[in-house]
Design a protein around this ligand. Structure first.
Ligand code: SF4
Length: 448
């Protein structure tokens, strides 16, 4: 039974707003040169998306396919090269173009061979003009593909953060999450990452797996801490439509919510007691870790250039990407379509969602409030013509305060910061801040 005033804690992980399911085909295919003409371009973020993995984890709804038939990774890098050339040309030469941060994500970027990773770095540097050795560069990897030759390339080309998707150090739990791997292989991969001397190691772990207990969870955490990772991400397991585990989903499950909340609190308290600081619901940093992140890039305001068929790009007025899918068949055909495109296609935006001032305010609130350090009302005022979050989101903030999720209990405070319970409910707070229009677009999206 679900009590009437209970708020489901795990509704959705809001890592970007609006979600891609709110994007639609842009019939006018606006030229990128127009979209970027008036944008500040001196502190951009560059993201390169590699949509290949060795297996499809049961919980994953990211845009990625299993394996690559012969020649597909080369064709994909050729297309990335064409896209990078077209996008860089669209950014123009009138105003200085500079990237303040870069990331390779996926999928699994290290699905590429060492030679292909060299090429990926060349595309970022020579085509886009990103100075990879001078800016933070984050790369995602899986244990099996974090091989010494690939890590050497990544370290030499300037990688400052390597994020390893471990999920669990317990072989049975890894299998239950449909991410079969052996602990011995994970430990060996961690050893190779440390040998490569990349400054920041991040380990991703998942809680809420079938059969996982506080004891097994603490064992996984202890195994991770033995490597003294600079960062740890603790992800609640989600069962999403069209994923491997999604086929077993059958509606809300209060017992599972309670298991996840319990394991979350156990994990959080364990990390806080072992010298880590909480940055957001999922992210923890070792207190003595070297600083990471660009000093001059702010995710709330600055532009992002995404390259690759699953990447998004953000200007102040439009968020855009290519078509989106979760089902394997559709993903394959979107990738096949991407690699066959001529350079001219990449000079336009095809799918996206226009941002208006209301959406920009929501995005700013979401991206700040869900961070442990919270939202500085003075920043919001400066950006939005003297308005405050309490002017714009009175009902939502009152509700969060009533539930004990706002630190001062006062929506008019100078800093809006979540309480520990508020942070624990980040995945309920995020969706409550979606606009009615975005909510409607997401609901109308036909999953494929
Ligand atoms: S979780 Fe990561 S490794 Fe697993 S399928 Fe998704 S992108 Fe690939």
């Amino acid at each position: 039974m679900t009590s009437p005033d209970r708020v489901a804690p795990y509704q959705s992980y809001v890592y970007a707003y609006p979600h891609k399911t709110a994007y639609r085909k842009l019939d006018d295919r606006p030229p990128l040169s127009t979209l970027w003409a008036a944008e500040p371009k001196d502190a951009l973020s560059l993201y390169l998306h590699i949509p290949f993995c060795e297996i499809r984890c049961g919980f994953c709804n990211l845009f990625t396919r299993i394996g690559a038939p012969d020649g597909l990774t080369t064709a994909y890098l050729d297309a990335l090269d064409r896209q990078a050339t077209a996008v860089r040309a669209a950014l123009g030469e009138e105003a200085p173009v500079r990237f303040a941060t870069a990331a390779f994500g996926g999928g699994t970027p290290t699905f590429l061979t060492a030679a292909e990773l060299e090429r990926l770095c060349d595309i970022a540097e020579h085509r886009m003009g990103a100075d990879l050795r001078a800016v933070p560069l984050s790369v995602e990897a899986s244990p099996a593909t974090a091989t010494a030759d690939r890590l050497t390339v990544l370290a030499e080309r300037g990688t400052t953060r390597l994020s390893l998707g471990v999920q669990s150090f317990d072989d049975t739990e890894a299998r239950a999450a449909v991410r079969p791997q052996r602990r011995a292989d994970v430990e060996a991969a961690l050893g190779r990452v440390r040998d490569a001397r990349i400054p920041v190691l991040n380990i991703d772990l998942i809680y809420g797996i079938d059969g996982q207990t506080e004891e097994t969870w603490l064992r996984s955490l202890a195994a991770a801490l033995a490597w003294r990772p600079e960062e740890l991400y603790l992800y609640p397991l989600y069962i999403r439509p069209l994923t491997g585990l999604g086929r077993r989903a059958d509606g809300p499950d209060q017992a599972w919510d309670e298991q996840r909340l319990r394991l979350y609190r156990t994990g959080r308290d364990h990390l806080l007691a072992h010298g880590y600081e909480q940055q957001s619901m999922r992210m923890f940093r070792r207190a003595d870790a070297p600083p990471q992140g660009a000093d001059d890039y702010a995710c709330q305001t600055d532009g992002m250039i995404g390259l690759g068929c699953g990447a998004r790009s953000y200007t102040a007025r439009l968020h855009y990407s290519f078509d989106y899918a979760v089902g394997m068949h559709q993903i394959r055909s979107i990738i096949d379509d991407y690699v066959s495109r001529p350079a001219t296609d990449f000079a336009h935006a095809e799918h996206g969602r226009p941002m208006n001032p209301d959406e920009a305010r929501r995005r700013h609130l979401l991206q700040s409030l869900l961070q442990a350090e919270g939202l500085q009302v003075a920043d919001y005022r400066a950006r939005f013509g003297g308005r405050t979050p309490a002017d714009d989101f009175a009902a939502e903030l009152e509700r969060f305060a009533d539930r004990g999720w706002l630190e001062s209990g006062d929506p008019h405070a100078a800093v809006l910061r979540l309480t520990p319970e508020g942070l624990a409910h980040s995945d309920a707070i995020g969706p409550e801040l979606f606009s009615p229009a975005v909510r409607a677009a997401m609901a109308a999206y036909e999953r494929k």
